[in-house]
Design a protein around this ligand. Structure first.
Ligand SMILES: [Zn+2]
Length: 279
């Protein structure tokens, strides 16, 4: 193998940029064929940047004409340099000839080659930075989503816990004389959280009507909202705040015109179900 020289590092950059002439390429390949840890390391380091560049800018490949122009300019500059008396083709000892001409040509190549390599590295750094930025915002979005899911899960757990909480009160609602006999429902109410779950499977409202749920306290009824069942009469509604447990006395259902009672403080239609909260 040929011994490692600093010029080989510049040839490595040129190789990756596709900027070596046949002679330089042959020399570098001969050197690399013998194995050189320094050059191998440099090639690995530079190719990473070049790969990143190629990978991240797939639609911005430079036009072939630009590359030809740059190479032509470099070759013209190299040709303008005095090359000494003997051309490589006729030199009896090509190696001797190269030893003389290498420093001048290399310095010329180095100026261009290293500038290009530096530009590639700078762009690669920018691309890496941009990718890291994208990744950071993706990560932040994923975290926000995870947080939101965790809140939802915690909320679901609380609602599920409500129905088996020892302090929860289960209030059975039975039909009044104004209500159909098949009506039945129950309300599970947690005085600690004021939450409630209303459940029924017999609440098919007559056409043009809605059922409305009421909390009846000492100060009068307060609407807990319209309760709409599916076509088979099943309904399950969560009530975030049923009211003050100290004054709450009963829950009731009224039959209203579609959309519910005109006011939140009094049923507009007949009360069809009622259930007292046990003391
Ligand atoms: Zn080397």
């Amino acid at each position: 193998m040929t011994a490692h020289r600093d010029e080989h590092l510049e040839l490595c950059a040129g190789l990756l940029l596709g900027a070596l002439d046949a002679a330089d390429r042959a020399e570098l390949e001969a050197h690399l064929a013998g194995g050189c840890a320094v050059c191998d390391g440099e090639l690995a380091r530079l190719s990473q940047s070049v790969e990143l560049l190629a990978y991240s800018l797939p639609q911005q490949a430079p036009p072939a004409a630009l590359r030809s122009r740059v190479l032509a300019a470099v070759q013209a500059a190299a040709a303008a340099e005095p090359r000494g008396a003997s051309a490589p083709a006729t030199a009896p000892d090509p190696r001797a000839a190269r030893v003389i001409e290498l420093p001048r040509r290399q310095s010329n190549f180095a100026a261009w080659g290293w500038a290009a390599a530096a530009a590639a590295l700078a762009i690669a750094s920018f691309v890496t930075w941009r990718q890291a930025n994208d990744m950071r915002s993706q990560l932040a979005a994923a975290r926000a989503q995870a947080d939101s899911l965790q809140h939802q899960l915690a909320d679901e757990r609380q609602w599920a816990a409500l129905e088996v909480a020892p302090q929860a009160k289960v209030v059975a609602l039975a039909p009044t004389p104004a209500g159909a006999v098949q009506l039945a429902a129950h309300m599970t109410f947690d005085p600690a959280t004021r939450r409630g779950v209303f459940v029924s499977d017999s609440m098919v409202a007559p056409a043009g009507h809605d059922y409305e749920l009421w909390a009846i306290s000492k100060s009068g009824p307060v609407s807990l909202g319209v309760v709409r069942a599916d076509s088979s009469g099943r309904v399950r509604v969560r009530i975030a705040d049923c009211g003050d447990p100290a004054t709450l006395g009963a829950f009731a259902i009224s039959l209203e015109a579609a959309g519910g009672a005109p006011t939140r403080n009094a049923p507009g239609g007949p009360v069809v179900m009622v259930g007292k909260i046990a003391g």
